[in-house]
Ligand binder design. Sequence first.
Ligand SMILES: Cc1cc2nc3c(=O)[nH]c(=O)nc-3n(C[C@H](O)[C@H](O)[C@H](O)COP(=O)(O)OP(=O)(O)OC[C@H]3O[C@@H](n4cnc5c(N)ncnc54)[C@H](O)[C@@H]3O)c2cc1C
Ligand code: FES
Length: 265
Amino acid sequence: MQTRVHTLRRHRDLGGGSFAVEVDGPIPATLPGQFFMLRTERRWPVQLPRPFSLYDRAADGSWGSFLVKGVGEGTRALLDQAPGEGIVLNGPLGQPFPQDIADPVCIAGGVGLAPFLLLARAARAAGRDLRLLFGGRNRLALAGLEDVQSTARVFAATDDGSFGFRGLVTDLLADLLARGEVRPGDVVFCCGPDRMMHAVAALCARAGLRCFLSLETYMACGYGVCNGCTVEVQGERFKGWPYSRTCMEGPVYEACELVHGVPGG
Ligand SMILES: Cc1cc2nc3c(=O)[nH]c(=O)nc-3n(C[C@H](O)[C@H](O)[C@H](O)COP(=O)(O)OP(=O)(O)OC[C@H]3O[C@@H](n4cnc5c(N)ncnc54)[C@H](O)[C@@H]3O)c2cc1C
Ligand code: FES
């Protein structure tokens, strides 16, 4: 983990109020699902930095980007910076999606797409095309679609039918299960709004699919000091301890490890 001030290169508009916030390197090697705590060097309006998955990274680490949607003061401050200004990054932090699953079925909602672009690039480099179900309210909510379409096998879903499958991403998953595109024994990786992850986990449980979720828990420090990000857990890797810090043992958990399911879901 390193803390460094990086120079903002540009905001690449991905539509629907979302941008790829691109910064100069060096960006350390980062596994899909790991995250960084970000704040602006100047004019940061809130007390604490905010967590973001690394969205993209040059192979040599000379630049990296974060997929940011303006939802509050912190995200808006990141989007208000001008090229040349400083962005403070601390990371990479947390645990990634499991690395021993050869061909996961990835499910993203909105900015939950962020961890999957790097995973898609890694799969392509290994000679496979990642299966990615990407859902949003409408076409505009599918920010980053063009980026992943060029590297993965994307199945898109919109609630209003303005692009791809009409319906929720869980309806799309059920459809792909019925058509044999997703099969028993497949493993699901999911990142998105809490309610979506909750529904995906429930469907996976009914269909007998293992399911890993990247939680978007609110975080204060990001590196295990404040205990502000805990969830109640069960399972061997926690050695009998009933709570886990999302920033340390997470943000990725297997659904069955979460005693109360997805927080807020
Ligand atoms: C590991 C991880 C990776 C993430 N990756 C991304 C990413 O790639 N792109 C992205 O856009 N976002 C990502 N997020 C979410 C992002 O960090 C938050 O949305 C962040 O809080 C936004 O900061 P803000 O100051 O703009 O908004 P905030 O003021 O923090 O509010 C944003 C939203 O969070 C709610 N909120 C505020 N406080 C709490 C609280 N204590 N508990 C629960 N909810 C609260 C607010 O009601 C509001 O809906 C990630 C979060 C985590 C944990
Ligand atoms: S955010 Fe402080 S311990 Fe996790």
